[in-house]
Unconditional design. Structure first.
Length: 135
């Protein structure tokens, strides 16, 4: 996995309380640069999320990257976590990521509402679709 994601895992190990972890995810989202309005179009919109979500994948040679945004702070944070998990991997590595297993290391599965979990699943499915299509 990427060093950026491993750093988040380490941060979560030091945060005992879920509220602190939740705030950390929100802070990750706040630190992420916003997606330009020109990229917030129907083709980048992720359906299945309770909030507005856009993911803009970019394949740079054989390197997988994406940028994203949301109108909900916790979802922006989840996008930042996914970016740490996927960005800068090779296309082959990105296509092989078991995102739900990796995210399980953060304990997110137990602490997100069903709507947020469904939205996260939709974001992961979109990223996997793009990575697999680029193989």
């Amino acid at each position: 996995m990427s060093e950026a994601f491993e750093a988040i895992v380490e941060d979560f190990e030091f945060l005992d309380d879920w509220e602190d972890r939740y705030r950390h995810v929100i802070d990750l989202g706040k630190a992420m640069p916003p997606l330009e309005d020109a990229l917030k179009v129907p083709s980048t919109k992720v359906h299945g999320c309770s909030s507005q979500v856009w993911l803009h994948p970019e394949i740079d040679g054989q390197v997988f990257k994406f940028r994203g945004d949301s109108d909900a702070m916790i979802v922006r944070g989840l996008i930042a976590v996914l970016a740490a998990l996927y960005n800068e991997l090779s296309i082959k590595e990105a296509a092989a990521v078991d995102a739900f297993s990796e995210l399980g290391r953060l304990g997110l599965n137990e602490h997100l509402s069903s709507q947020r979990s469904n939205g996260l699943r939709s974001m992961v499915e979109r990223l996997n679709l793009v990575a697999n299509a680029a193989l």
